[in-house]
Ligand binder design. Structure first.
Ligand SMILES: [Zn+2]
Length: 202
């Protein structure tokens, strides 16, 4: 039986505050989040060669600032137009008391997928759309941290779902691609029309 849950923070309004990973680095930058049907969201991101580089550290900072500002529970580099295999998540973030638990994923690789779970998902790149999506209930993941160390761990439930969602972005996949074909077609048509109208209004 799939477990049905809700995509957290969908209605959260962020009181923005900075989230510096390291006070020595300092430039906080909130980036524009690309939205469907921007073709950049379909690019496959490149493997990160040096996880310890200044470029990657700044990218992680930018992703964190942009994610918390949005607000969202996850953001992948391609969503801000950077085609590197880097994503951040915070599935435990509580705006009320400021508790944050930023997690950084560099060159993530899922080596095991097990079971099935259905969560209502949303995406900062597909604003206003929430749909039930079926994914693996448990995963085994390896990834690098900002020091370049490799880790491996198991994840399940909402966190496993959030990670699969974010890492799909690294391969140019969006959660709406996982909907049944007819539903997908209607939704994509609607989103394209919405984007055209908003571009006209600008
Ligand atoms: Zn997304």
């Amino acid at each position: 039986m799939p477990i049905v849950g809700a995509w957290a923070h969908r209605d959260v309004r962020a009181a923005f505050s900075s989230c510096l990973l390291d006070d020595r680095l300092g430039v906080m930058a909130i980036h524009e989040i690309l939205t469907y049907p921007d073709p950049a969201l379909r690019e496959v991101a490149q493997h990160v060669g040096d996880a310890q580089s200044e470029e990657v550290r700044q990218l992680v900072q930018d992703l964190a600032d942009t994610m918390y500002n949005a607000p969202g529970v996850g953001l992948a580099a391609p969503q801000i137009g950077v085609f590197l295999r880097v994503a951040v998540t915070d599935t435990r973030w509580r705006e009320e008391d400021g508790v944050r638990d930023l997690q950084v994923w560099i060159n993530p690789e899922i080596s095991r997928r097990e079971g099935e779970v259905v969560f209502e998902e949303g995406c900062l790149s597909v604003p206003g759309i929430y749909e039930d999506i079926r994914r693996a209930a448990a995963i085994t993941l390896s990834w690098s941290d900002l020091e370049g160390n490799r880790h491996e761990a198991d994840f399940e439930g909402f966190q496993a779902v959030a990670l699969q969602h974010e890492f799909d972005h690294l391969d140019g996949r969006l959660f709406i691609d996982l909907l049944p074909p007819i539903k997908q077609k209607l939704l994509k048509k609607r989103l394209q029309k919405k984007k055209r109208l908003s571009m006209k209004a600008d």
